[in-house]
Ligand binder design. Structure first.
Ligand SMILES: Nc1ncnc2c1ncn2[C@@H]1O[C@H](COP(=O)(O)OP(=O)(O)OP(=O)(O)O)[C@@H](O)[C@H]1O
Ligand SMILES: [Mg+2]
Length: 580
């Protein structure tokens, strides 16, 4: 029991800022509890007045008072619900922000191990469990406790201590029974939650591959899989629901029995002249009031326990730490020299993606990186931008290990265009500036002019305001690369890595790309991972990778002159292809 409570304690800090609201909420809950307890007393007084047939003038005020309380209670609970949800949404949204920032700060190793769908479920879905805790649970547990004690106390004092004792025992007994019955439903809820997380991650993954799935006619497979997963969830949910309903109905029967016992006791007391007739009614009323708090206490305690799985998951997520840390060496603002010194790296144990790789790329020079698919080209880019940490060897920037520089500085200094350029559902302007409002349209126009992309911009229906969202406006691979070149140009990094898309590009766009690239490379150190030989013909140096190892490294011109070099062979092959 304590371990469940302990899990929740760290999250209470999100409530600290909202203590005045919480106090108000507590007063409201207590107020409505008191109203509930005094209502039967008014009814009792009313009945007494009728029975004694004296002072009938009191009947009307009593009826009005009863009416007033009947109206006040729902108003109070409405206010309670509003306040409770308000507090909890504010608190859990703060936690969501913290979790999102935490996930974003984690390195790529973490992100390749966890699908976006899984993270969405954790950051959003599981935090929702806390919603309940923050809004009602704790206060409601207390108020139901107060209500139970209040009712039993009232019975003991106003009716008979013995009846109070009997009902107290009855209540404890029923709490234990309901708690035990609930245990049956709990594993089913857990299972359903797990299945749901799996389905979300399945859907997310399939949606991101929509184009491939549609073109290969795999929709029916996906739909079938989705249907079977949904069916499994439905089955588990239904079983859980049935278990809960069984408990609820059993509890109801149990309480009906309790009411009969209470009535019997009341009648006996009445016959023994211990209490007046209307008090028998009050006893009846109080006994029926007992059922709701018993049910709620068990359910709330259960949901605390049910939530503990989610909470443990959130703790686990928060405990994840990035293995990549930066230093505080200032980074020079001119072009930078990049060097790899015997760098080896494995994504998976015992499989080298890069092995013993060494090269020096002097400041302001460009390196063309070639190699077959899977040879480790993109990995070089990922290591240089510190998305991963090599297992051995050093990567140097201006002679100092890259770990010495602050991560933010490093990522500002190194601009990368990955193989899959991400186009955001936003205007061309936002896609170029990456939502940085401080970059004016003039600066954008200048950059596009320099990259000779003004004509391309003119072709867009609404210029910079064109929204890249609907399918018709989606960019071709070449256009996406153009956009990403302009994006980098605006950011003005000192080192550029271009991981060229392997898709074929039409000759007109190709020409635009080559021109833009020439502009972009001026005065910058650059690594160009090229699938088209034409692109590397602009570079100073060439590095050919083979299975993660350096096969060839040297000046482009010199390599081209050596007929037996790998680069010259590739060049001849490509030229031959063109001629055929
Ligand atoms: N996240 C990852 N987890 C495990 N292995 C990976 C991961 N990313 C890449 N690899 C493996 O590492 C090797 C090098 O991959 P890399 O992406 O660097 O190749 P590449 O030269 O860029 O290929 P391409 O020309 O197809 O882009 C490949 O064998 C690949 O399967
Ligand atoms: Mg690649």
């Amino acid at each position: 029991m304590f371990s469940t409570v302990k899990l929740y304690i760290p999250f209470l800090k999100y409530l600290r800022k909202r203590i005045p609201l919480l106090i108000l909420l507590f007063i409201l809950i207590l107020g409505s509890t008191v109203l509930l307890i005094i209502t039967p007393l008014i009814l009792e007084a009313f009945l007494k007045n009728i029975r004694m047939q004296f002072a009938t003038g009191l009947l009307l005020p009593l009826a009005l008072l009863f009416l007033l309380l009947a109206v006040a209670r729902p108003i109070l609970s409405l206010w309670e619900a509003y306040l409770g949800d308000n507090i909890s949404l504010l608190a859990t949204n703060e936690l969501r922000v913290d979790l999102t920032l935490h996930c974003l700060a984690l390195d790529l190793r973490f992100h390749t191990q966890h699908t976006p769908g899984e993270l969405v479920e954790r950051v959003d879905g599981q935090v929702a469990t806390l919603n309940n805790l923050f809004s009602r649970l704790v206060l409601s547990l207390i108020s139901n406790g107060v209500l139970l004690i209040g009712i039993i106390g009232m019975i003991a004092f106003t009716i008979h201590a013995l009846v109070g004792l009997v009902l107290a025992l009855f209540t404890i007994f029923s709490i234990v029974i309901v708690y035990m019955l609930h245990s049956k439903a709990l594993p089913l809820w857990k299972e359903a939650r797990k299945q749901r997380a799996e389905m979300i991650s399945f859907t997310e993954e399939r949606l991101s591959g929509l184009e491939d799935l549609t073109s290969s006619g795999a929709q029916s497979y996906v739909l079938r899989e989705l249907a079977s997963q949904s069916r499994a969830i439905l089955r588990t949910f239904l079983r859980g629901f049935q278990a809960i309903m069984r408990t609820r109905n059993l509890l109801r029967m149990f309480f009906d029995l309790g009411t009969v016992v209470a009535l019997l006791l009341g009648v006996l007391l009445f016959w023994g002249h211990a209490i007046p007739l209307e008090r028998v009614y009050t006893l009846f009323y109080y006994t029926t009031l007992l059922q709701v708090p018993v049910e709620q206490i068990v359910e709330q305690w259960r949901s605390l326990q049910q939530g503990s799985g989610s909470i443990a998951n959130i703790h686990e997520l928060l405990a994840e730490k990035s293995t990549i840390h930066g230093g505080d060496r200032p980074l020079a603002s001119e072009a930078l020299e990049v060097a790899f010194e015997r760098v080896s790296f494995q994504y998976i144990e015992d499989t080298y993606a890069l092995q013993d790789l060494s090269f020096v790329l002097p400041a302001g020079k460009t390196l063309g990186l070639l190699g077959q698919t899977g040879s480790g080209k993109s990995t070089v880019a990922r290591l240089l931008t510190r998305l991963y940490q090599p297992q051995s060897g050093t990567i140097l920037l201006n002679g100092h290990p890259i770990q010495d520089y602050a991560l933010a500085d490093l990522r500002r200094a190194i601009g990368i265009i990955t193989q899959e350029v991400h186009i955001f559902n936003a205007t061309v302007r936002d896609n170029l500036t990456l939502f940085d409002d401080s970059i004016s349209d003039d600066v954008i126009a200048q950059a596009l002019e320099q990259l000779k992309l003004t004509d391309w911009l003119k072709r867009l229906p609404e210029g910079l305001d064109t929204v890249l969202s609907s399918r018709e406006q989606a960019l071709s691979a070449g256009e996406a690369q153009l956009l990403s070149l302009a994006r980098l140009f605006l950011r003005d990094p000192q080192v550029i890595i271009l991981d060229e898309a392997s898709s074929r590009i039409d000759p007109a766009t190709e020409q635009l790309l080559d021109q833009a690239l020439k502009q972009l490379l001026q005065g910058r150190t650059a690594i160009i991972i090229a699938h088209r030989l034409q692109t590397v013909m602009q570079t100073d140096l060439i590095l050919v990778l083979e299975n993660g190892r350096c096969r060839e490294f040297g000046e482009r011109e010199a390599l081209l002159q050596q007929p037996d070099s790998a680069f010259a062979t590739m060049y001849r092959l490509a030229a031959g292809e063109v001629r055929q």
